[in-house]
Design a protein around this ligand. Structure first.
Ligand SMILES: [Zn+2]
Length: 185
């Protein structure tokens, strides 16, 4: 499984929210079941090969399922997307070697450390507290001041992970982590 902070970073980039509560719930069984924890709360993960695969990651059946959730839950449907996207990321992570995982971890941290890339590439403006949303096919910046606090919390979390991982420290040093610190200025 991907570490929780990886799930949180990916969601922050995709949705502008890290959804820590969702990922804690998804992987809660880790404490008691260890590697077997994905037998619980990982419905889509366990349907790999039956309902979806990497050639057809979003098959018709799944699309209709999400459309039904959207109709029923409206904006709350995003939480369901997060719930199922977690499983897809876990499955992707299974196929990566140790060094590839470290590469992706450091890349994702590098993105999080670069507010300019978050804004221009991901549409998550952590400096001004805005999210780029598509409303009726129009891209619109929507005020979301709460993302500033969420970003700070995520950065603190990432700092703790990084301080315990020399490989990540080394990769980030080489990827030019420091150059991006100036984005905050
Ligand atoms: Zn998981």
């Amino acid at each position: 499984m991907a570490n929780r902070y990886i799930h949180e970073i990916v969601d922050f980039i995709c949705f502008g929210s890290a959804y820590p509560r969702v990922h804690t719930e998804k992987d809660a069984a880790w404490k008691t079941l260890g590697l077997e924890h994905r037998t619980k709360n990982h419905e889509l993960y366990n349907l790999y090969g039956e309902e979806w695969n990497f050639e057809d990651i979003y098959p018709k059946k799944l699309q209709s399922f999400f459309e039904a959730i959207q109709r029923k839950h409206g904006a709350k449907a995003e939480e369901f997307q997060v719930w199922f996207a977690h499983d897809i990321l876990d499955k992707v992570w299974d196929g990566l070697s140790f060094s590839k995982r470290k590469y992706w971890e450091s890349f994702l941290i590098w993105v999080i450390y670069s507010p300019r890339i978050l804004k221009d590439w991901a549409g998550v403006d952590v400096i001004n507290g805005r999210l780029l949303r598509v409303v009726e096919d129009q891209k619109t910046w929507k005020a979301s001041p709460e993302i500033k606090f969420e970003y700070e919390r995520l950065c603190r979390y990432v700092e703790i992970v990084k301080s315990n991982d020399e490989i990540l420290q080394d990769m980030l040093e080489r990827f030019g982590e420091k150059e991006h610190a100036s984005d905050f200025g």
